[in-house]
Design a protein around this ligand. Structure first.
Ligand code: SF4
Length: 130
């Protein structure tokens, strides 16, 4: 799905008026609840699937995807491939990884998403040294 100019403008506007922080912890607060619903509906239109509303990693992926789509800078700026690979290696050896190798049984997150963003931590502290 390609975004129209109106959709792009509205998305940029939502980001410009939102409170946003990814450094120490993930905070994303839009000016109105409708603004956030708008972003989610656009994302749903692209991927045809809903996000887990309580999952910070899912939200961050959605926001990052939309930012790139409208020409805003990516949020993935400090978790290069080295970090991702090391984290995934740890998860693969962890007994809390589900049998499909996709989700952590502690936090429920998709590890291939969560491991890409430096702000997210392993719930058992196993990523501490990477
Ligand atoms: S995030 Fe932590 S607890 Fe979860 S599977 Fe990975 S290493 Fe294990």
């Amino acid at each position: 799905m390609e975004l129209t100019d109106n959709q792009k403008e509205r998305i940029i506007d939502v980001f410009q008026n939102a409170k946003f922080q990814t450094k120490d912890r993930f905070i994303f607060q839009t000016e109105t609840p409708e603004d956030k619903k708008y972003l989610e509906s656009i994302y749903l239109g692209v991927f045809k699937k809903k996000l887990n509303p309580g999952c910070g990693a899912c939200s961050l992926v959605m926001l990052n995807f939309l930012r790139i789509k409208v020409g805003l800078p990516s949020l993935v700026n400090d978790s290069g491939k080295g970090l991702y690979k090391k984290r995934i290696y740890i998860c693969k050896g962890c007994d809390r990884l589900n049998s499909l190798g996709t989700n952590c049984k502690e936090c429920g997150c998709l590890i291939h998403i969560k491991a890409r963003f430096k702000i997210f931590k392993c719930p058992l502290g196993k990523w501490k040294n990477v």
